[in-house]
Design a protein around this ligand. Structure first.
Ligand SMILES: [Zn+2]
Ligand SMILES: [Zn+2]
Length: 212
């Protein structure tokens, strides 16, 4: 015997059913279950957002990650997005057949300070490059080095003019070392103990003296 949808009265002879409802009404019921508002933490300084894959620029990829994270019981596909709204395709599985709905959600950005901006504000650094020699060459070197560090998510907390050159303070010593190695730059390295980390291991700051 044919079933009739209690909402729209469609017959199971004509349309697909999911449980006691026709698939269209089941989709509408799914849409009603979804939140109207999604909150996302956004850094007050760099404007990037917190996702489970780290702090990212706001774009299709990062918003897709956050939306899927928030609606983790469903399969979510970001259709479009604007400054404070996003349209999502949402699929709920586990029924006789998947139920699909579309939802426009409001986005509210809440303020935070990301780890990298927090460290930057505090003048954090792990490595110092002491560039000595021609000023112009040192400035060009510092620019290229800065780009390299920033492309890898780090930062330069200070470029300081000193007698005979520049001191450049970088947030990440492994990237600093990788740069010198990659560019085959000869540097005299020294290490100063800067303290202990959370697990009690000694932490060193690296200094690289470079003659240009
Ligand atoms: Zn119906
Ligand atoms: Zn930030």
């Amino acid at each position: 015997m044919a079933k009739h949808c209690p909402i729209c009265n469609a017959s199971s002879d004509d349309v697909v059913f999911v449980g006691e409802f026709c698939s269209k009404c089941a989709g509408k019921k799914l849409e009603e279950k979804l939140p109207e508002l999604i909150k996302i933490e956004r850094c007050r300084i760099c404007g990037r957002i917190q996702t489970k894959e780290g702090v990212m620029e706001i774009d299709r990829k990062s918003l897709q990650i956050v939306m899927q994270q928030r609606l983790n019981k469903f399969k979510v596909n970001l259709v479009s997005y604007g400054d404070d709204k996003a349209v999502l395709d949402v699929v709920e599985e586990g029924w006789s057949q998947p139920v699909a709905g579309e939802k426009e959600v409001n986005i509210k950005y809440t303020k935070m300070t990301c780890e990298s901006c927090y460290k930057k504000q505090g003048g954090y650094f792990e490595a110092t490059l002491q560039l000595r020699g021609d000023d112009e060459r040192a400035e060009r070197f510092a620019e290229r080095f800065k780009r390299y560090i920033e492309e890898r998510g780090g930062f330069i907390s200070e470029v300081k003019k000193v007698e005979g050159g520049y001191d450049v303070y970088a947030s990440n010593k492994s990237d600093a070392a990788a740069y010198l190695k990659e560019k085959d730059i000869k540097a005299k390295a020294s290490y100063t103990l800067s303290g202990l980390n959370k697990s009690g291991k000694k932490v060193y700051k690296n200094t690289y003296a470079i003659r240009l």
